[in-house]
Design a protein around this ligand. Structure first.
Ligand code: MD6
Ligand code: FE
Length: 217
């Protein structure tokens, strides 16, 4: 109990950290649900396995992805979009598990966005060396809703920039159980993830999993 309490405060900073006007880091917020979340991820990926997408520019992404919810984020030669059907299986994406939805809603409310009702959850898997180059999340129809991002497994360095690609970036270490809620003025800020350092996580082994909850439609 005491150990958990100290762990939730984190070795790297205070329990809450404001990254920008509309972006709040809640350290350890998802830890109490870690086992439930990992079991749900296993169930989802049994139906909709992780895959490496190809960008419209023809590059294979180093991050492997899958989705759950009413719609999933997909990428192919025609561009990026949300689609109700998993193109690999031809079937709808697995439903969003109730504990996922509850966590996203609670984290958003905690950060000042009550009533968040995500309809999409993108699940990213990073293995050592995998990275996500600077991008904006702008394929959602509803840019008024926040994004809730949950980090599990190995720690990562999150890069957070400005509204222009060329703006300087700051770096934040995201650890197992950390949640970032992101909305408002910085909703279209450029961001990315530095190449994942190798390591071994007690529950997830040599990987990091990130869940990002969105209101896409
Ligand atoms: C990741 N996250 O942490 C990638 N996007 O693996 C994102 O790209 C992201 O964490 C928008 C808002 C929060 C995020
Ligand atoms: Fe993103």
């Amino acid at each position: 109990m005491t150990a958990d309490l100290f762990e939730s405060l984190g070795a790297t900073g205070p329990a809450r950290e404001k990254l920008a006007e509309g972006a709040l880091l809640l350290r350890g917020f998802a830890r109490p649900q870690q086992h439930e979340l990992i079991a749900a991820i296993d169930a989802i990926t049994a139906q909709a396995p992780f895959r490496h997408l190809v960008t419209p520019g023809g590059y294979r992404m180093s991050v492997a992805i899958t989705n759950c919810g009413d719609v999933g984020w997909v990428s192919d030669a025609s561009g990026y979009r949300y689609d109700a059907i998993d193109p690999e299986s031809g079937k709808p994406w697995p439903a969003m598990p109730p504990p996922f939805r509850a966590l996203a809603e609670q984290a958003a409310a905690e950060a000042g966005f009550p009533g968040f009702a995500p309809d999409a959850c993108l699940i990213n898997r990073y293995e050592p060396g995998a990275r996500l180059s600077l991008h904006q999340d702008r394929d959602e129809r509803n840019l008024g809703a926040p994004i809730v991002s949950v980090s599990l497994g190995l720690p990562a360095t999150f890069l957070f920039g400005g509204l222009k690609r060329s703006d300087p970036t700051r770096r934040y270490r995201l650890e197992h159980g950390d949640v970032v809620v992101w909305g408002g003025p910085e909703r279209l800020a450029f961001h990315g993830v530095a190449p994942l350092a190798d390591g071994e996580h007690g529950l997830l082994g040599r990987k990091r999993i990130n869940l990002t909850f969105r209101r896409a439609r």
